[in-house]
Design a protein around this ligand. Structure first.
Ligand code: NAD
Length: 419
């Protein structure tokens, strides 16, 4: 598969939300042009030796959208359908996400066009180390700090940290976040995105007049984000009645045992092997009559084509752009409250900021401190977005973009245009 520089549905969504905010904020056209453009992007094609001795050439990307507020920050995705256009879109989301929660980072994203499930561990390590070397032109602790995304996790981050450290000749833990704690990762990072989602979802339920105790929940995607969100919502007293992954899901009106489902997945089983529940498809999960729906898989899961069938009262977007603008419009007409991606899933970048700061200071925090600070940042950001939504009579998404775009615009203006 080769890189495409054509548009993607996700890029169109990212541009739509930015253009709406720029218009609503009456942003100066020159400033609008600056913020709408990608600052820099790198496309790399690189060989990796396979276990059978053959070589395969992979394509990867690193895109920095905006660095007005600080070093670039964003995940690395290993996925066969990854494109340069998707990396641009996801980098834009990262810029707004960091701004809406007030962490001093710009936005970046990257990845490799690869299905990591088809590679053995040594192939994956060689691919990761070579890709890191290829994009080392751009990344580094003061410049651009990668993190996990779909298809990558703590092990890949450890290989990236080690590769950059070998280049430098000394350990550079602040070069990447989402690492194992033994090499400078932060307590609480693994569950951070889920914890942030759970925090704002409960606030949104309460604001909608729904008692979160016993509220019913469906979670699409059971990876790092979805499984932690399901755990934390269940621990907070909500009833998780359905979860799914790429192979489909399970549903039980009485509630699912999330620990048992996690154990099943860790043993290599399928969610469908879980006893005492009915199986269901991803389409069926999205249209369940639940209080809260949390899509934590891929982009554009709820669109103009299926939004009319969605019966949840509140949606918290775990995945970026899980609801597209046509889906937004249908759900708004029906009074469904959507906590937007750039706010809902910002917990990951918040604790990544904590991890980076801890690495730079070589001073580490206890789990309780990380989680308390995360909840405080998410709660404050949610309150600001909700207040703006009410004062301007706009959706939570529009309000979040107002705050984020205005913040990056102010940083750009005060720095001035060089030279
Ligand atoms: P992951 O690879 O750990 O998990 C992805 C999950 O989605 C898996 O359970 C997979 O089976 C499932 N999935 C894939 N295709 C699906 C489909 N068509 N239908 C249903 N399920 C499907 O990835 P993750 O880190 O959990 O990320 C999930 C989403 O959250 C992504 O969109 C990512 O960009 C976003 N996100 C992640 C973080 C983070 O900290 N990891 C932060 C912010 C946003």
């Amino acid at each position: 598969m080769t890189a495409t520089v054509q548009g993607s549905a996700t890029l169109a969504i990212a541009q739509h939300h930015f253009d709406t905010a720029a218009r609503q904020l009456d942003l100066d056209p020159s400033l609008t042009a600056v913020l709408r453009h990608i600052k820099r992007e790198l496309v790399v094609h690189f060989p990796v030796e396979m276990d059978d001795g053959s070589f395969h050439v992979y394509t990867g990307f690193r895109v920095q959208h905006n660095i007005a507020r600080g070093p670039a920050k964003g995940g690395l995705r290993y996925h066969p359908a990854m494109t340069l256009a998707d990396a641009r879109a996801l980098a834009m989301f990262m810029t707004w996400k960091a701004a809406v929660v007030g962490v001093p980072f710009g936005g970046a994203k990257g990845g490799v066009v690869v299905d990591p499930k088809l590679l053995g561990p040594t192939e994956l390590e060689r691919l990761t180390r070579r890709f890191t070397t290829e994009i080392s032109l751009l990344i580094g602790p003061d410049r651009d700090i990668p993190a996990p995304d779909i298809g990558t996790g703590p092990q890949e981050m450890a290989w990236i940290m080690d590769t950059l450290s070998m280049h430098a000749g000394y350990s550079v833990p602040a070069s990447v976040t989402g690492k194992p704690t033994v090499i400078g990762g932060s307590e609480g990072r693994h569950a951070a995105t889920g914890r942030g989602i759970a925090t704002v979802a409960v606030q949104a339920l309460n604001d909608s007049g729904i008692d979160s105790a016993g509220a019913t929940v469906a979670v699409q995607g059971f990876g790092q984000v979805g499984s932690n969100t399901a755990h934390l919502l269940a621990a907070a007293g909500l009833r998780v009645v359905a979860v799914s992954d790429s192979r489909g899901g399970v549903h039980s009106g009485a509630g699912l045992d999330i620990h048992a489902l996690t154990a099943l997945k860790e043993e290599g089983g399928a969610l469908a092997d879980y006893g005492g529940a009915e199986t269901l498809t991803n389409d069926e999960l999205l249209t369940l009559g639940v209080d809260l729906l949390v899509p934590c898989a891929l982009e554009a899961q709820i669109t103009g084509a299926n939004a009319a069938g969605v019966r949840a009262r509140v949606i918290a977007e775990g995945a970026n752009a899980a609801v597209d603008p046509d889906g937004d419009a249908v759900l708004a007409d029906r009074g469904v409250l959507i906590v937007p991606d750039i706010l809902a899933n910002a917990g990951g970048v918040v604790v990544s900021y904590f991890e980076w700061a801890q690495d730079l200071q070589t001073f580490f925090w206890a789990p309780g401190e990380v989680n308390a600070r995360l909840r405080e940042v998410m709660g404050r950001a949610y309150d600001a977005v909700r207040a703006r939504s009410q004062s301007q009579n706009v959706s939570l998404r529009e309000a979040a973009y107002h705050i984020a775009v205005a913040n990056v615009a102010e940083a750009t203006e005060v720095r001035g245009i060089y030279p």
